[in-house]
Every structure is written in structure tokens, then in C-alpha cells.
Design a protein around this ligand. Structure first.
Ligand SMILES: Cc1cc2nc3c(=O)[nH]c(=O)nc-3n(C[C@H](O)[C@H](O)[C@H](O)COP(=O)(O)OP(=O)(O)OC[C@H]3O[C@@H](n4cnc5c(N)ncnc54)[C@H](O)[C@@H]3O)c2cc1C
Length: 266
């Protein structure tokens, strides 16, 4: 039976990217996924430059630049929904002040393309002050920093998480010539959390503010806030976040990498 050093729960973008990052530093991970098969939720994922830098660090960027996109597919597994109800809700509540041409698009949209997924959110202070690792266990991606989708950074920052986590584990392997489960891994995970928490808390705040100014009404105050303050000053700060470079993975040679996870030997 194959022996794994790490178990990753969830084969989303965070889990899969972390498995790759760990593999690059010589750590074998077993990825567990509760869903039985691949599925599509939503239409697409936008990857900002920070995500491409992370993908480059993971060594997979060349695979994605040649990808062609499959046709959109409706998927809803766990959450029962009625597309007709969603359409009515969109028209009568969310989009009621939109120009009629926009409403016509909603009215004529193909119901088979409607998808529904719950939005998750964690307050930034819970990320900064909360416990994001415990012993040899930590979180990444939405499990660490669920945010509103308005900056399109949830998946991008999950890729950054993977690189940073892989780097701290890789550095530990270089230092000790092997990976030994125990206090040092726990400390490496704490360093990972420390490096990530301010970065992702800032993204949570930015995404929330971006959503708020864009969606919260069309009164004069909101218009002023959106057009004269947010787009003029704040959005350039946000675009710096999209250029964030999470760094590289360390080079772990196979002689560095005599894995030893048996605590009895430590
Ligand atoms: C409308 C919308 C638009 C978005 N647009 C963008 C965008 O343009 N760019 C971007 O970067 N991000 C975007 N995001 C955010 C992005 O989709 C998420 O941040 C990202 O998919 C999170 O990845 P994840 O791997 O952390 O979590 P998930 O994708 O949720 O993956 C978690 C996986 O774990 C599995 N799982 C859960 N519990 C268990 C368990 N107990 N055992 C085993 N498996 C389990 C689940 O089945 C799932 O496959 C958007 C989000 C929304 C809602």
C-alpha cells in the first residue's frame, strides 16, 4: 500500500494546488474528495496576475495556457433550487432598477445555465485573530478565507496559499534533511498562517468594499462614493493586490528529502 505523508481534505483549487506544491518539495499527499465526480459550478474562474505567478511557482503554468474551455454546464448537487424562482427573484429584487435592456437579458436567459451556490464569508478580524492551524493541521483556500466574489480573488489567493504552505514545508525539509511529524511541522504551519493572514484579510475587506459600492444602490451618495472615491483612488490600491507575488517554492533535492514521518523515530 502506498504511504502518504499528508492528507488533504477537498479536491478544490486549494487542495489540488497544495498537493502539487507538496509534491514539488517531495511530500506525498493523499487528496480526499467527498464528491463522486467532477462538476462545474458557475461559468468560469478569472485568474489575475498573482494567480499566474503562483501557477508558475507550482510549475504548471504551461499546462493552462494551452487549455481550451469546455462548454458551460449547469450543475447543482447539494442545494435544491428552482431556476424559475431565481429568475423571478433576480428580476423583482436585485435587478429591479436596471435598464430594461438588462432585464430583458435576464428574462430571456436560458434556465439551464442558471447556477446557485451559497456565498461564504469570514470577517477579516476572525482571520487575523483566529486559530488557523492546530498542531499538524491547517486550512487553505475558502476554508481559511471565504470572501465575497467581487474581486475575483478567492481562487487566486488559494493558489498563493498552496505555494506559501509548500515553501514553509520545503524549507523545513531542507533544514532537517527530512520531514518529521511533530512540533517543527506545527511551527512551519504557524509561519504559513502568519505569512498569509494579513494578505487574505486585506483581500476580504477589498472584496467586500468592491461589492458594496457596486451593488448597494444608485443614489447620489453611492454614485459619488463609487465613481469619485472608489474607482479613482481605491481601485488602484486593489490592482496592486492583483500583482502580488507569493514567491517561489524551494528547491528540495532528493538527498534533502529523506522523508520520515514516523514519530517513533524522532
Ligand atoms: C460567483 C463567484 C465567482 C467567483 N469568481 C472567482 C474568480 O473569478 N476568480 C477567483 O480566483 N475566484 C473566484 N471565486 C472564488 C473561488 O471560486 C473560490 O474561492 C475557490 O473555488 C475556492 O477553492 P477551494 O479549493 O478553497 O474550495 P472549493 O472549491 O469549495 O473546494 C472544496 C472541495 O472540498 C470538498 N469537500 C468539502 N468538504 C469535504 C469533506 N468533508 N471531505 C472531503 N471533501 C470535502 C468539496 O466537495 C470541494 O470539492 C468566485 C466565487 C463565486 C461564488
Amino acid at each position: 500500500m502506498e504511504v502518504h505523508d499528508v492528507v488533504i481534505v477537498g479536491a478544490g483549487i486549494a487542495g489540488l494546488a497544495t498537493a502539487i506544491a507538496l509534491k514539488r518539495v517531495g511530500v506525498k499527499a493523499l487528496v480526499l474528495e467527498k464528491s463522486e465526480g467532477l462538476r462545474a459550478t458557475g461559468a468560469a474562474i478569472g485568474l489575475h496576475p498573482n494567480a499566474w505567478l503562483a501557477l508558475e511557482a507550482l510549475g504548471v503554468v504551461h499546462k493552462l495556457t494551452t487549455t481550451t474551455y469546455p462548454p458551460l454546464r449547469k450543475y447543482c448537487e447539494d442545494i435544491p433550487h428552482d431556476p424559475e424562482m431565481i429568475k423571478k427573484e433576480v428580476i423583482s429584487n436585485f435587478a429591479k432598477n436596471f435598464p430594461t435592456s438588462y432585464l430583458r437579458v435576464v428574462q430571456h436567459s436560458d434556465l439551464s445555465t442558471v447556477t446557485w451556490a451559497p456565498l461564504l464569508f469570514r470577517f477579516p478580524w476572525d482571520v487575523i485573530l483566529g486559530n488557523l492551524s492546530k498542531g499538524n493541521i491547517t486550512v487553505a483556500g475558502d476554508a481559511m478565507h471565504p470572501m465575497t466574489p467581487d474581486l475575483g480573488q478567492g481562487g487566486c489567493s488559494a493558489l498563493e496559499d498552496a505555494v506559501v504552505l509548500g515553501r514553509h514545508i520545503g524549507n523545513l525539509i531542507i533544514k532537517n534533511k527530512k520531514l518529521v511529524a511533530g512540533d517543527q511541522v506545527a511551527e512551519a504551519l504557524e509561519r504559513y498562517v502568519k505569512e498569509r493572514k494579513w494578505r487574505v484579510a486585506k483581500l476580504i475587506v477589498g472584496a467586500y468594499l468592491a461589492g458594496w459600492v457596486q451593488q448597494d444602490g444608485s443614489g447620489w451618495f453611492m454614485k459619488f462614493l463609487r465613481d469619485s472615491i472608489f474607482y479613482r483612488h481605491f481601485s488602484s490600491l486593489m490592482s496592486n493586490d492583483q500583482l502580488y507575488d507569493c514567491g517561489k517554492l524551494p528547491c528540495v533535492s532528493s538527498s534533502n528529502n529523506e522523508l520520515d514521518n514516523d514519530p517513533r523515530k524522532s
